[in-house]
Ligand binder design. Sequence first.
Ligand code: FAD
Ligand code: DLZ
Ligand code: SF4
Length: 513
Amino acid sequence: SASLRLILGDQLTASLPIIEEADQSRDVFLLAEVREEATYVKHHKLKIAFLFSAMRHFAEQLTSDGFKVVYCRYDDSENQGSLLQQVKHTLSENSELSEVMVTEPGEYRLQQSMYQWEYQLGFPVTVLEDPRFFSTPEDFTQWAKGRKQLRMEFFYREMRKRYHVLMDGDAPVGGKWNYDAQNREPMPASEQVPAPCTFNPDPITRDVIELVEQHFPDHFGDTKNFYFAVTREQALEVLDTFINERLPTFGKYQDAMVEGKPWLYHSHISFYINCGLLMPKEVIERAQNAYYNDGAPLNSAEGFIRQVLGWREFVRGFYWHFMPQLKSENFFNHHRKLPAFFWTGETNMNCLRQCIKETRDNAYAHHIQRLMVLGNFCQLTGLSPQEVQEWYLLVYADAYEWVELPNVAGMVLFADGGNLASKPYISSGSYINKMSDYCKNCGYKVTKKVGDDACPFNYLYWRFIDEHEDKLRSNHRMAMMYRTYDKMTQEKLDATRTSAAIFLQKLSKDEEV
Ligand code: FAD
Ligand code: DLZ
Ligand code: SF4
């Protein structure tokens, strides 16, 4: 019988079973730009424009491949505003259709809603597997069974073995699983970073940009910097450029941050693997080949592969394992509201100013900016996990809850009490100063520990250790910090507490910091 086959905005992959198994002569594909998906959080304008454009290009490709495609634009008069209602409407307009098919969605919210669809539509609904990952949520649950701790490193080793990636028989190539000791260099000012691979908006993208400006005027950011790839061919070009021009240096400067240089040696492929234009398997294969055949250093190839085969797979398994409770976790009982400068970038703290402005301009920031500047600040100031989660989900063009939430709730905020991380990722200003050049243009002094002009990360760090002693002292990975804490004089501790209290009070009142 003829089926209606719904393709979501992050399922733009021609090799998905829903497409490969379709019958061109009778099945109909549906792609829909709907209010519900575009506004369940107020996504960055660039994120919406990117996805709508990629969806339109993908639908064109399907049509030219000979498939029947219904594409519902955001401003179509027939637009029903939600995926379910759009499916219902399409069924009612095409009487030959007698069942619905969809690939399992990436987010819990949508998965739960789809369980009701059969009943709500009165048609059979089949949810097909999404084979784009190396591992399934069931694999993760199986792996997690009986383990006291779920650590990415051990999951990653299993994946290396299972897929025989950078392996020498049963041993890791080079003798070690991890070469991070070589991957922590700050970037010298003289370093000439190659320009990122960019594309100018074509007519489809220009239409979408106009639509976004018109319909989402109050969403974060603007659409000025639209340089995304929007087709598979273009995304492959981004991957090519990364493998050839950036991967060899990726490892060395993986954790570096440089003012005015948002892209560095990162791959900038998260947008594309997450929406389906690139496949994780081809990405790993390319990186592995670059090591074996083209002289890419092992610390770079391994460091990169760990992100995709390790972290990316691990967080997805973690997400499905711990949802829905992951979303409401709040180990430290933090409730502070997000300060207004997270939307404007207007703060005297230069590291935050730079990272927020780059986020606003590009819907992108690289990992250490997200983790050790923005995330570190959110954690040290006790911002509400739910507010922080929403911010991260809407500001980045690569953000979907399955990948954003474990990173925010688990890695950045330790809101789950340590299921993902063995200790909170926190640091004082000295780490930021070591890994970036932000401090030299800052209103605060990174070398000062307390007082009006001291770097806030310095006293906020010790205040955090002090404030959460009951929850953290017994964590043996925190032992070194508590040894230093124990040696602090009462006078120093009092000064730290006072500086932190003044700062946090200003933050609560949304005064300038
Ligand atoms: P590269 O540095 O070149 O890394 C290569 C690839 O590895 C990425 O494209 C990504 O697919 C994968 N990867 C790297 N780190 C992680 C990680 N921690 N978790 C999962 N995959 C990873 N990544 C997202 O794709 N979407 C998100 O919404 C997202 N939110 C994040 C929120 C926080 C607080 C933190 C700390 C990290 C988040 N990340 C997220 C992970 C990481 O920061 C981005 O994947 C990366 O910055 C994307 O840029 P890139 O493609 O240039 O990455
Ligand atoms: C993120 C997003 C946006 C902004 N808009 C749409 C849309 O209009 N139509 C659609 O099918 N998908 C969209 N998406 C992606 C979905 O939100 C995504 O498929 C789910 O969150 C599951 O990961
Ligand atoms: Fe950030 Fe502190 Fe450095 Fe300023 S001094 S840039 S606030 S780390």
